[in-house]
Design a protein around this ligand. Sequence first.
Ligand code: UT7
Length: 320
Amino acid sequence: MKIIGTGSALPKKVVSNEALSDFFETNDEWITQRTGIKTRRIITDERFEDIATEAAARAIDNAGLCPDDIDYIICSNVSNLYITPHLSSIIQGNLGIKGPQCPTFDVNSACVGFVYALDLCDALISTGRAHHILLVAAEECTRFCDWSDRNCSVLFGDGAGAVVLGAGEGFKLCHLTSTPMPDVIVYRNPMEATPFERGEGIDTHHALEMKGREVFRMAVTSAVRDIRQITEDAGLSLDNIDHFLLHQANLRINEAIRDNLRQPEEKFPTNVQRYGNTSSASIPLLLDEGVHEGRIKRGDTILMSAFGAGFVTGTAIIKY
Ligand code: UT7
């Protein structure tokens, strides 16, 4: 499998750290020092599915294909407006792909969904069951936040990244892990209460809850472990990697990983300062930016590494 096209899309509204102090007690200094985040994009008068579709359309165009060339669509998200239908079938409709010979399904592996889905795409393409897969990672994380609680709301932003995948020699190795720790990052389903309980007026309002410090520690430890392991398994040294595309949750997490690996800063592109944590969209957004700005070139070796709720991690090495 190889990546043949990339695309991304973001909501128009840019929200600064200063603007968040309208909602709760916080300030630019605290957010910048602890996370590196300065602004985030938030969906307001747009629709989530349109942002996802725009990223998808750009990736198809960048691949030099038309929507009908796509024969499989997979979407990574945890924030689709509907529990069903899944977002990839909505994107299919928006792109005008009539089907029926174009299966669609969604993946929920939180912030690692894009890397998990890449591994699935490789299985489908290498066995000839799909020729051109559209993989979209689209997230509206700000919908999960309690906008009266400063702990989580300052961290997240909305956005979408997409790739088109086809047969080729690009995908070198993938290493996925899962360690059951169900309480470190949690977003409960609003349907959790039974209809009877809802009838009794039980509060079913839920927002994202996170054990920030624990996640921080696990993120650094697991990323360093996974990155060292996968490069060794691939018979590469860290110096052979041209770009480290790390999940963008917190600049300090990524600096700690980089310091441990002793690799130069220019190999670690970032966008968390501008977009906040866009969950599984953060890596394909970085990829698309790097490609369009000419920093990521054909033949470069890319290492992707993400961590997220579960606790899951995913690391992949790809020749672009
Ligand atoms: O993809 C999802 C992955 N999630 C993550 O990657 C999150 C990983 N964790 C982190 O990034 C950090 O733990 C945070 C940025 C979430 C928090 O940083 P921290 O250094 O661990 O701070 P803390 O939670 O220990 O809070 C320190 C202080 C507390 O005040 P006291 O108790 O010391 O008086 C908080 O109440 O900072 C306070 N605080 C805030 N102050 C201003 C918490 N949030 C804010 C805020 N503005 N937004």
